[in-house]
Design a protein around this ligand. Structure first.
Ligand SMILES: C[S@@+](CC[C@H](N)C(=O)[O-])C[C@H]1O[C@@H](n2cnc3c(N)ncnc32)[C@H](O)[C@@H]1O
Length: 256
């Protein structure tokens, strides 16, 4: 796709597959296309690898963090289960929200919790709200430990941010969806891979092999879930779509 930003005439020229169209530069549709290009450039430049939260590196697009906060504040989960700890930033982000709300705790899983990360997370003032499990997120042993830690919690949110192959995400969706309570979500993050398969830091296989593919396949087999972008609690704009690394990620449990 070729995009030409024509500031002088306030239009966005879009050329793709031999066809040309013109959009009002100051329209939601133009913002969507330009944002997508910004996301692709940001992927290449490792933009999400530039943030920290309360002292720990967090590998996320800030837009996704704010949207996650909106969901957590609305749901008030008793437990947030996360696969993929890395440096611990998302654990600390979610645990911080739990502390502020006076409700909830976090269970994190990673196949390898590096000693310096473990040490920093354990020394963090929010660690009393965090449990960590080291192991493969889809192994029955790990899933059993998560089940034990979740116990009889009423509202559970699950965020999948570990290995992002379609096969692994599908296995995680199968392994953890039983924890998700009606009205809550299981989140298959990083479907952005489908959009960045052709940037230099991408991989052609990601066009098909990505978390969004897993999410859609899962929902086809589980009618109790549906793909839903969580509603924005505040919106005084003409916009409706998240700027995100998590397209089609939020799977809402609509039925028991
Ligand atoms: C993208 S990072 C997580 C980022 C973190 N959630 C954050 O927001 O900062 C992915 C993590 O998943 C872990 N991982 C990869 N494969 C895994 C698996 N099979 N089971 C559990 N964790 C895995 C990696 O070790 C890595 O730390």
């Amino acid at each position: 796709m070729k995009l030409t930003i024509d500031n002088d005439n306030a239009i966005l020229l879009v050329e793709e597959g031999g066809s040309r169209s013109t959009l009002d530069l100051y329209s939601p549709e133009a913002l969507e296309l330009v944002s997508l290009q910004w996301v692709r450039l940001g992927w290449q430049m490792k933009y999400p690898y530039t943030f920290s939260w309360l002292g720990r590196p967090i590998i996320q697009l800030p837009e996704d963090m704010v949207r996650t906060q909106e969901v957590i504040y609305r749901l008030e989960p008793d437990v947030i289960v996360e696969t993929g700890i890395a440096h611990g930033g998302s654990l600390i982000f979610n645990a911080g929200l739990c502390r502020l709300m006076g409700k909830g705790r976090v269970v994190g899983i990673d196949i390898e919790i590096r000693p310096h990360n473990r040490q920093a997370i354990e020394a963090h003032p929010l660690f009393d709200l965090i449990s960590m499990i080291e192991g493969n997120s889809v192994s029955p042993e790990v899933v059993g430990k998560v089940d034990d830690l979740v116990g009889d919690a009423q509202t559970v949110l699950v965020i999948l941010d570990s290995n992002h192959t379609k096969e692994h995400v599908l296995a995680e969706l199968e392994a953890y969806h039983h924890l998700v309570t009606p009205g809550s979500y299981i989140v298959a993050t990083d479907g952005v891979m489908q959009w960045v398969h052709d940037v230099p830091r991408g991989d052609p296989a990601w066009k098909e092999d990505n978390p969004s593919e897993a999410a859609h396949e899962f929902v086809r087999a589980h009618p109790e879930f549906e793909v839903e972008q969580p509603p924005w609690p505040f919106n005084e704009s003409p916009l409706e779509k998240n700027v995100t690394h998590w397209p089609d990620a939020w799977l809402k449990r609509t039925k028991a």
